[in-house]
Structures are given as C-alpha cells and as structure tokens.
Design a protein around this ligand. Structure first.
Ligand SMILES: [Zn+2]
Length: 236
C-alpha cells in the first residue's frame, strides 16, 4: 500500500527532496526563519514531464541562484514554451523581483507562477513595489494554501514511510492574513497587517489594523474571511 511507504526509491527526484524538518522550518508561516527555500517545478512545451528541484540561499538569494542556474544550463533556441512554478518560503525582495522581471523579459516563452509562504519585509515600500511590478508584468503570485502544502509535501519532501498524508496544517488564519496583505500590496494600499516576534517565547504575533481605504478597496469577502474584521455599517 502506498501509505506504508515513503517516496518511491525509483523516484528520480528523491535525492533532490528536502527533509521534513527543513520543510517545516522553512515554510511555517509563523516561524519567520531568516534563510529562504525555493522548491520549483519546470515543464517544457507540451511535455507532461515535470522537473523538480529545490534551492536555498547561498551568498545570493534563491531567486538569483535559480536564474543563474537556469540560464546557464538551458539553451532557449529554438524557443519552446516553458512554465515554471515556484514555492517560496519568502516572497521575493525588490531586487530579486527586478531580476525576475529582467529574466522574463529576456525569455518571453517562460511563464512563472509563485506561491509564497510569507511576505518578506512587507512594510518596506520597495518590496511592495517589487511585488506589484512582478504581478503587473504577468507573474501570478499567491499565498500558499493547504493544497500547496500538501503538493509540496508529496513532491518535494522526503517524508517518512506511512506519513504521505502528514503534511503540516498551519492555522488557516495566517494564510488569510497574508492573502489580505497581498491584496493591499496589489491595490497600492498601505499595510494593514503587522507581524512581530517575541524573542523570549518565540511566538509570532499578527495584528490587523484596517483603515478606511482598506474597507473601501478590498473585496468584503477577503476582509471577512479573516474573521477578525467587522465591516462598518456604512459598507455597501
Ligand atoms: Zn531577494
């Protein structure tokens, strides 16, 4: 039975899988680990084959490492369409966002979808700008939901035998708060989410302080999804 086994030893990606503790340390939305991890999938043309790899920060950010590796190993002539999916523990900083846009402008046959576990220094205006520019240039950016955690666990993690279905279930509220903040970024609104970390007990605190502009611009269902916001009576 599949549930009795870990990833198949015939799986060519086995050596590229990360350990369960790494996945949980990097992708826990409440952990705020400094280093970043990138899990990515590449599909070429109409092929059904998916290439999977993982990468971490070195002296450079994971996004830059990806671009350098990808452009040095692949030859783009004749051009074949290529779809890339990233699962990133932190959203790209503004410098990486700029590098990604350059990479995509040089390789128009490449499409990129990015799932992020957390928003990197999301109060920083340059980072907000960087994400917005990426989205405006055609990149899809979404916060990782339970389905993405499950997908990554099954395809990128060297889970122990019998634990195929034991991907980490983080509080849904964290995903919703990050999704709300991503909306603020897309709509050029000021931040409404504050994240702080108490060193003594290693706890992460999320505080939501929506302003009038948030009530006016953000779709009500996204605000209400957090269950922390009550719409003003004047809301239409
Ligand atoms: Zn970066």
């Amino acid at each position: 039975m599949a549930s009795d086994k870990g990833p198949s030893t015939a799986d060519a990606t086995l050596s590229r899988r990360i350990e369960p503790w790494e996945f949980e340390a990097f992708f826990n939305p409440g952990e705020l680990r400094k280093e970043a991890c990138l899990l990515y999938e590449v599909k070429w043309g109409r092929s059904h084959k998916t290439w999977r790899y993982s990468g971490k920060n070195t002296t450079k950010h994971v996004e830059i490492n990806f671009i350098e590796k990808f452009t040095s190993e692949r030859h783009f002539s004749p051009p074949v369409s290529c779809s890339i999916t990233w699962f990133l523990s932190w959203s790209p900083c503004w410098e990486c966002a700029r590098a990604v846009r350059e990479f995509l402008s040089q390789h128009p046959a490449v499409t990129l979808v990015i799932y992020v576990a957390r928003l990197f220094h999301h109060m920083d205006q340059q980072n907000r700008h960087g994400l917005r520019d990426l989205i405006n240039s055609g990149v899809t950016i979404q916060i990782m939901r339970l389905s993405e955690y499950e997908h990554c666990w099954r395809n990128f993690v060297n889970y122990p035998p019998g634990e195929e279905g034991h991907w980490p279930r983080y509080p849904l509220l964290w995903t919703k708060l990050y999704a709300l903040e991503l909306h603020c970024i897309i709509l050029s609104l000021p931040p409404c989410l504050t994240i702080s970390r108490r060193c003594q007990n290693q706890l992460t605190f999320f505080r939501l302080t929506p302003q009038n502009c948030h009530y006016q611009m953000i779709p009500p269902h996204i605000l209400l999804a957090t269950e922390l916001v009550q719409l003003p009576v004047t809301w239409r």
